[in-house]
Design a protein around this ligand. Structure first.
Ligand code: NDP
Ligand code: HSE
Length: 431
C-alpha cells in the first residue's frame, strides 16, 4: 500500500493523542485514506523530557529542519500552542512545501490572514477542524454541509474547561480553584488557563466560526466577552431557582443591521439540550434558512477527541480533499467582509439582573420605575428575606425581551442609586 509521510510538531496532550492514533490504528487511517500515514518525525522542544508514548527509534527530534528539509514529508500536524514560535514554525512549514494541520485557534484568530495568504500564495493548505469544539466536526459542517443555506444564527458552548469547571461547581460543590486545577490535570485547559476562564478562547473560536458562517471579518478581541472568572456562585443558585443553568455561551446572530457577536455567561432554560451540556463537552446549535436547526454535541477538549479531528484532517489533506476546500473557501482573503458587527441598539433579548439593595420600603418601586422608563418590562422578581442582620438584600429580576442599549442605560442609572450597594450583575438569557 502507498504511504504518505507525516510529522507532528509538539508532543503535549494533543500531539501524543495524534501519535497514538497514527501508530496504534494505522489500519483505520489506511482504510479511510487508501494509504498509510507514516509517522516519520515528531519535533519537540526538549528531547530528554519523559513522554507518555514510546515512539519508534529515530522519530523524536528537537530539530525542525529534520522536517522542513525532508522531501518526503508532505503533511505536518502543528500542535504547539500560543502565538510564537507557532506562527514562525507554521510559516517555515508552508515555505518548505508542507501542508499544515493545526488545532491552534489562538494562532488562527490572531494570524489567520497572514498564514492563509501565505499558504495560498505557495499553493499549500491549512486544515483546522480541531481548532474549534475539539472532536465535533463543526468546521467541516459549517463550511461544507450548510452551503445551500443562509446561516441565521449560531450559538454554542465552545470552551470545555469553563463548562467542566461550572459543572464541577454545580454538581459536586467543588471550589473554583480546585476545578481549574482538575481541568489542567486532565489536559483540557490552555497552557495559560486565563484564556479559558476569561472568555478569550471562546471568542477566538467564535471569530473563526463567524468568519466561516457569515463572512464576518472580526478580530476576536473586538468581540464583547465575559468569562466565568467573574461569575458568582450565588448567580448559579438563583438561576437554578428560576429554572435555568448558567453556561458560557458564544453567539452570533444575523440581524438586519449586521451581525451580533457575544461571549458571556448566559442563563439557559433547563431541559434545553444546551443547558444539559456537562463536563468538558461542547455543543453548537446552528440555524440555517433551509435546513432549520441542527445541534452538535461532543467532547470539546481532551486528548483523543481532539486527536480524532486532527487525524481526520491529516487524512483529508493526504488524499487531496483539503486542497479543494481550502482553495474554494478563500478564508481570510482580502475580500470585503460580507457582514459587519451591529451595535447594542440592534440587540434584543431577556436579561437576568441581580442588584444588592438596602432593605427598606420603596426600593423595588424605585428600580422598577427606572426599568419602566427605559421600556424594560419585568418578567419575575425574587427577593428573599435578609439573613444575618445584613442591611442589603439581593433583588433578582428577570426581564421580558428588552434592548441591550436600553438595559445598559437603565443599569447605569440604577447603579447610581443610594439604595444600591454595588454595581448590579447583568447576565443574558437564552430561552
Ligand atoms: P501542550 O501544552 O500539552 O503541548 C504543547 C507541546 O508543544 C509540548 O509538547 C511542547 O514541547 C511543544 N512545544 C512548545 N514549543 C515548541 C517548539 N518550539 N518546538 C517544538 N515543540 C514545542 O498543549 P496541547 O497539546 O494541550 O495543545 C496544543 C494546541 O492544541 C494548542 O494550540 C491548544 O489550544 C490546542 N487544542 C488543545 C486541546 C486540548 O484539549 N488540550 C483541544 C483543542 C485544541 P515539550 O513537551 O518539549 O515541552
Ligand atoms: N482549552 C480548550 C477548551 C481546549 O477547554 O475548550 C479546546 O480548544
Amino acid at each position: 500500500m502507498q504511504a504518505t509521510k507525516v510529522a507532528i510538531i509538539g508532543m503535549g496532550t494533543v500531539g501524543t493523542g495524534v501519535a497514538r492514533l497514527l501508530l496504534d490504528h494505522g489500519d483505520r487511517t489506511a482504510r479511510h485514506a487508501g494509504r498509510t500515514l507514516w509517522l516519520e518525525r515528531v519535533v519537540v522542544k526538549r528531547r530528554d523530557k519523559g513522554r507518555a508514548i514510546d515512539l519508534p527509534d529515530g522519530v523524536l527530534t528537537d530539530d525542525l529542519a529534520e522536517v522542513t528539509s525532508h522531501p518526503a514529508i508532505r503533511v505536518v500536524a502543528q500542535l504547539i500552542g500560543g502565538l510564537e514560535p507557532a506562527r514562525t514554525i507554521t510559516l517555515r512549514l508552508l515555505e518548505s512545501g508542507k501542508d499544515v494541520v493545526t488545532a491552534n485557534k489562538a494562532l488562527l484568530a490572531e494570524h489567520g490572514p497572514e498564514l492563509f495568504d501565505r499558504a495560498r500564495a505557495l499553493g499549500r493548505s491549512i486544515a483546522f477542524e480541531a481548532s474549534v469544539a475539539g472532536g465535533i466536526p463543526i468546521i467541516t459542517n459549517i463550511s461544507q454541509c450548510f452551503s445551500a443555506n443562509q446561516i441565521e444564527s449560531l450559538h454554542g458552548i465552545l470552551n470545555g474547561t469553563s463548562n467542566f469547571i461550572m459543572t464541577r461547581m454545580e454538581e459536586r460543590g467543588a471550589g473554583y480553584d480546585d476545578a481549574v486545577r482538575e481541568a489542567q490535570r486532565l489536559g483540557y485547559a490552555e497552557a495559560d488557563p486565563t484564556l479559558d476562564v476569561d472568555g478569550s478562547d471562546a471568542a477566538q473560536k467564535l471569530a473563526i466560526l463567524a468568519h466561516l458562517a457569515f463572512g464576518a471579518r472580526v478580530h476576536w478581541s473586538d468581540i464583547p466577552r465575559r468569562g466565568i472568572d467573574t461569575l458568582d456562585a450565588a448567580d448559579m443558585r438563583y438561576a437554578r431557582e428560576l429554572g435555568y443553568r448558567i453556561r458560557l455561551i458564544a453567539q452570533a446572530n444575523l440581524r438586519s443591521a449586521g451581525i451580533e457577536l457575544l461571549v458571556s455567561p448566559t442563563l439557559v432554560k433547563m431541559g434545553r439540550p444546551m443547558a444539559e451540556v456537562r463536563e468538558a463537552y461542547n455543543a453548537v446549535s446552528v440555524v440555517g434558512d433551509a435546513v432549520g436547526n441542527l445541534f452538535f454535541h461532543g467532547l470539546g477538549a481532551g486528548q483523543m477527541p481532539t486527536a480524532s479531528a486532527v487525524v481526520a484532517d491529516m487524512i483529508d489533506t493526504a488524499v487531496g480533499r483539503t486542497a479543494i476546500t481550502f482553495r474554494t473557501l478563500e478564508l481570510w482573503s482580502r475580500r470585503e467582509a460580507r457582514v459587519r458587527p451591529c451595535g447594542p441598539e440592534h440587540q434584543w433579548r431577556r436579561f437576568y439582573l441581580r442588584i444588592n439593595v438596602v432593605d427598606r420600603p420603596g426600593v423595588l418601586g424605585e428600580i422598577a420605575g427606572i426599568l419602566g422608563k427605559h421600556l424594560i418590562s419585568i418578567g419575575s422578581v425574587i427577593q428573599h428575606e435578609s439573613v444575618g442582620g445584613t442591611p442589603y438584600v439581593p433583588l433578582v429580576i428577570m426581564t421580558d425581551i428588552a434592548g441591550e442599549k436600553n438595559l445598559q442605560a437603565a443599569m447605569s442609572e440604577i447603579d447610581r442609586l443610594t439604595s444600591v450597594h454595588s454595581p448590579g450583575i447583568v447576565l443574558r438569557v437564552l430561552d
